[in-house]
Design a protein around this ligand. Sequence first.
Ligand code: G4P
Length: 191
Amino acid sequence: MDLLKQKILNEGIVLPGNILKVDNFLNHQIDPQLMYEIGLAFADIFADMKITKILTIEASGIPPALMTGYIMKIPVVYAKKTEAANLDSDYLSAEVYSYTRKKSYIIRVSRNYLKSGDCVLLIDDFLANGQAVLGLSDLVDQAGACLAGAGIVIEKAFQQGGDRVRQRGIYVRSLARIEDMSGGTVQFCDE
Ligand code: G4P
């Protein structure tokens, strides 16, 4: 997706530890027009898959997921990362290990919002080590729902996540795949 790649090149900042700071448009301040274009791109890619639900994880997965759901006219559910008083007592849960934060956390989704008849599209902002996508796919399995695939805004293709997730048979499409940024400049994979 050229608009996204241009935005990354113009406004992304490569931080030490191979972290791409994109909080100018994705992770803190949000560019709604760009999110809309991202939603259009995912809606186009997954148009023929009879998707009934989009599943993401708070916080930064929500804007691209919401725009995709708006365009596809299907509901968006986000997995919660903290125990909340207003979460139904009957929920699905999975453990996710964050390599970035070096700790595990539990993600939760009410059973009311993920059912066996659902065909689910996962959306997330980054694919790095793949743990978030695997945790979400675990919730889909527990619900007895079907997993159509995962739409990722930025995949760090030089990390293990993409291979790990695809090896599990999950269909993954990323709008920008970064091959390398070790020199401080982002280089995209040839598509
Ligand atoms: P994984 O989800 O693919 O397993 O990767 P990892 O555990 O390494 O990522 C942990 C968090 O760091 C995730 O956000 C992920 O989106 C984010 N992240 C990973 N690499 C980068 C990067 O290069 N740049 C930025 N900006 N974020 C990165 P999170 O903890 O769920 O945060 P949030 O969604 O609440 O913002």
